[in-house]
Design a protein around this ligand. Structure first.
Ligand SMILES: NC(=O)c1ccc[n+]([C@@H]2O[C@H](COP(=O)([O-])OP(=O)(O)OC[C@H]3O[C@@H](n4cnc5c(N)ncnc54)[C@H](O)[C@@H]3O)[C@@H](O)[C@H]2O)c1
Ligand SMILES: [Zn+2]
Length: 367
């Protein structure tokens, strides 16, 4: 069990990573909030609830009111939010109510947003059930939903009172989801934590075999990295941008494939390959470091093959929300364990990097 303290100008809370948390939730939450309020809501989705409701409910004297979000990114909408807010009102939710978001990143983002706006804000707890949600989306206070015009365009910063990342629930997570989530940990290592890079290199079998100690180590290190960055830059005015390593091209890949062919982490994996190529060309990493980090990405693969034209991907990088005022922002690794943001990546450089990435994604991975 590891406890990581998140401290920002607006919030202070603990993230607890370890085994057996879901089955002991009620007393743990009471330690944070005092007595449980009259109305406790749990937002989840049916497949997760089918697997984990017995464990979840086992520590509650009175079962929370269950709210369901259908699985899938297409339900991360304002329409879902309105429906759920009305269910909360109907069930007698008041300002003192507590919401528990129990699911992957989608449930976490929607749950956090419900908590941010119901009666102008109620407290909430994150109980993330995917690897990605444990290491990334449940920490940092970003909540929200998509619009038809783009992902995550509506939302709010609203930090949870606590995050309980139970390694045991990852036991039922599909392999592909686990591997995709692990790309965010690879990213964490590359931008801020050399020791995590080494650990992931040396212990891939244990990590991928879901050994509890190995997973706890990777998860805790990834959360610590994110907490450290968010502490210094809660609102993404500077440093927090480095969390977007691999995401400029990654988002472009997601967009160019209609958000269907790739999981987010897989797109980020390929996006990191492009970023590594660019960094090597610019000399912010050596050839040796390039090879080592590229190998690390593939160690947690295979990433799905890509059948896209470079021009299509390059064009899609223009639409990234992180590009302020039309500037194409790019996070590049600096050695192993550091990163910086550059804004002067030329079209030719980007094309070369995307070309390299697509060649890798065709060759090694076709068939
Ligand atoms: N707020 C942030 O800072 C932030 C950061 C990164 C990503 N996100 C958001 O997170 C979302 C993606 O989250 P995700 O990757 O967790 O996807 P997800 O929430 O869709 O979960 C993936 C799938 O796994 C299933 N699942 C979840 N837990 C399971 C378990 N323990 N066992 C079996 N199946 C399980 C879900 O039902 C779903 O089908 C995106 O909407 C993204 O925008 C937010
Ligand atoms: Zn990401």
């Amino acid at each position: 069990m590891q406890t990581i303290r998140v401290e920002t100008p607006t919030a202070k809370y603990d993230v607890i990573a370890g085994s057996g948390l879901v089955a002991t939730l009620a007393p743990r939450i009471e330690r944070v909030v005092g007595r449980l309020p009259r109305r406790v809501f749990v937002l989840t989705s049916a497949p997760i609830w089918a697997l984990w409701s017995d464990a979840f409910l086992s520590s509650f004297a009175e079962p929370p009111v269950t709210l369901f979000l259908p699985p899938g990114e297409e339900h991360k909408t304002l329409a879902s939010v309105e429906k759920l807010l009305r269910q909360m009102a109907l069930a007698g939710g008041d300002r003192g109510s507590l919401l528990i978001a129990f699911g992957g990143g989608i449930v976490g983002d929607v749950g956090g947003f419900l908590a941010a706006i119901y009666m102008r804000g109620i407290p909430y707890i994150q109980v993330p059930t995917t690897f990605l949600a444990q290491v990334d989306s449940s920490v940092g206070g970003k909540t929200g939903v998509n619009l038809p015009e783009g992902k995550n365009l509506v939302g709010s910063f609203h930090h949870p009172l606590a995050v309980f990342a139970d390694i045991g629930v990852l036991g039922t997570l599909p392999e592909r989801e686990l591997k995709a989530g692990l790309m965010e940990s690879v990213k964490a290592g590359i931008i801020r934590d050399r020791a995590l890079v080494r650990f992931m290199e040396e212990h891939a079998d244990e990590v991928l075999g879901r050994d509890a100690r190995a997973l706890e180590k990777v998860i805790a290190a990834s959360i610590r990295m994110k907490a450290g960055v968010v502490k210094q830059d809660e609102r993404e005015r500077g440093l927090r941008m480095i969390l977007n390593l691999g995401h400029t091209v990654g988002h472009a890949l997601e967009q160019a494939t209609g958000y269907k062919a790739l999981l987010h982490g897989e797109a980020v994996g390929w996006g990191m390959v492009a970023a590594l190529y660019l960094a090597r060309k610019r000399g912010t990493i050596s050839s040796g470091q390039f090879e080592r980090l590229e190998a690390l990405i593939h160690l947690y693969g295979p990433l799905p093959p890509l059948k896209l034209r470079a021009a299509r991907v390059v064009a899609a990088t223009g639409g990234d929300k992180k590009n302020l005022g039309g500037v194409r922002r790019f996070v590049l690794p600096v050695g192993i364990g550091d990163a910086g943001v550059v804004e002067d990546v030329s079209a030719a450089e980007l094309e070369a990097a995307v070309g390299y990435m697509l060649a890798q994604a065709g060759e090694k991975h076709a068939g």
